[in-house]
Design a protein around this ligand. Structure first.
Ligand SMILES: [Zn+2]
Ligand SMILES: [Zn+2]
Length: 400
């Protein structure tokens, strides 16, 4: 085991310069959603140069390594950026008005490193590794796009791993965090409430039906779902992020719209929230002589981590990185509000997501992910590469 650990760490460390160069080139050419032409070509060419045989899968890329017959473990790296003009003062600043503000350029680079190391060590794989280069994570479309295109089939995937980098938090650079229990990520569902009244002159409200009045009551009432209808301490967020109606101070609008997001940790809670948002909106609109049409879109389920996978990951990563694995914090299955579309994979196979510290807020990296000034320390990319490779090798050894 020590031999394997030293071999993988050594080979990943030897790639340090390349990993950084790839990451910085990707950083200068961020692309959005499923439209990753430049990025896909970059990844494809690199994979071919390592001797891999990339295949297109939906709008992403897949590489399979190892020998058929045993089990298959999937490693995921997402590749898309955000529509944020970069304000970070780095020499490899984005050139096109978009930004890798979530660090997916780091993931793509770490996964290229993993392909190179695993290809060179293919004979050691006691089964198969499937590398998933995913588009559209920020839009929560990409994993589904690849799952629908068969990323989990042929060879059938038995377990799946993702790593996400983290900056702007008080976590030392190079520290790896493995969530406890089944902690994954929250679900995400968008709601639209269109309220229709009857427009008219602002000076004659009695001749109109004001939708803004009904919308204001709906907005307030939606907060009561969390306050009065769920078990105290349970995780549910309902945030109306858009509230729009009207164009002039002296005109009563015809209609208006509230658009928001629901975040929670269980599918039953999503269903409950949708039901209550619909009932409350329709009833309040009716009370004020309006109508409300409620619809939902952009749905991503909660990501549930597999407890056995989580335990195995902690064991392997402690073998590999020792003190660099953050000890359990004993916070059980506490969820943040963030979502992760790897959930579409976790619905089908046992999954674990790990987090790598790449910017300590105590050492000046104060801007969080998605911020235009966020910076990411790419000196520890080799650790991510080694983590992907070692986890795959060890899991296959123990799950023949
Ligand atoms: Zn993000
Ligand atoms: Zn991200």
């Amino acid at each position: 085991m020590d031999d394997l650990k030293n071999k993988i760490l050594g080979e990943a460390k030897a790639l340090e310069g390349e990993l950084q160069a790839w990451r910085r080139e990707l950083h200068q050419h961020p692309e959005l959603g499923l439209d990753l032409d430049w990025t896909r070509q970059f990844v494809w060419d690199k994979l071919v140069s390592f001797g891999c045989q990339p295949q297109k899968c939906g709008e992403g890329i897949v590489v399979v390594l190892g020998k058929p017959g045993g089990k298959t473990i999937l490693l995921r790296g997402d590749m898309d950026a955000l529509p944020v003009p970069e304000e970070a003062d780095v020499p490899y600043k984005s050139t096109n008005g978009r930004m890798h503000a979530c660090g997916h350029d780091m993931h793509t680079s770490m996964m290229l490193g993993a392909a190179k190391v695993l290809k060179a060590n293919e004979a050691l794989l006691e089964g198969q590794v499937k590398l998933m280069y995913q588009p559209g994570e920020e839009t929560l479309q990409g994993a589904k796009n690849m799952v629908d295109s068969g990323v989990l089939d042929d060879p059938k995937v038995d377990a799946a791993v993702m790593i996400h980098v983290m900056t702007g938090l008080p976590i030392p650079v190079g520290m790896l965090m493995i969530p406890e229990g089944n902690t994954g990520a929250a679900s995400s569902d968008e709601f639209h409430i269109v309220v229709k009244g009857k427009g008219g002159h602002g000076a004659m409200p009695h001749l109109s039906i004001d939708p803004i009045n009904a919308m204001a009551h709906i907005h307030t009432a939606l907060q009561e779902i969390h306050a009065r209808e769920i078990v105290p301490g349970e995780f549910l967020v309902i945030t109306p992020g858009i509230f729009r109606a009207g164009n002039a101070s002296n005109v009563i609008a015809d209609s208006g719209e509230i658009v928001g997001t629901i975040r929670t940790g269980a599918s039953e809670m999503v269903a409950f929230a949708k039901k209550r948002i619909t009932e409350i909106s329709e009833s309040i609109a009716a009370a004020f002589r309006c109508t409300a049409e409620v619809s939902f879109c952009k749905s991503c389920p909660p990501m549930i981590a597999d407890v056995a996978m989580s335990d195995s990951a902690r064991k392997y990563m402690t073998e590999l990185l020792g003190q660099l694995v953050l000890p359990p914090m004993g916070n059980g299955s506490k969820l943040g509000g963030g979502s992760e579309d790897f959930a579409f994979v976790s619905e089908r196979v046992p999954t674990i997501g790990m987090f790598l510290g790449v910017g300590n807020s105590k050492e000046g990296c104060t801007y969080p992910q998605h911020h235009p000034k966020a910076v990411f320390d790419d000196s520890v990319l080799f650790e991510g590469t080694a983590a992907y490779c070692y986890l795959a090798l060890r899991w296959l050894q123990e799950n023949k």
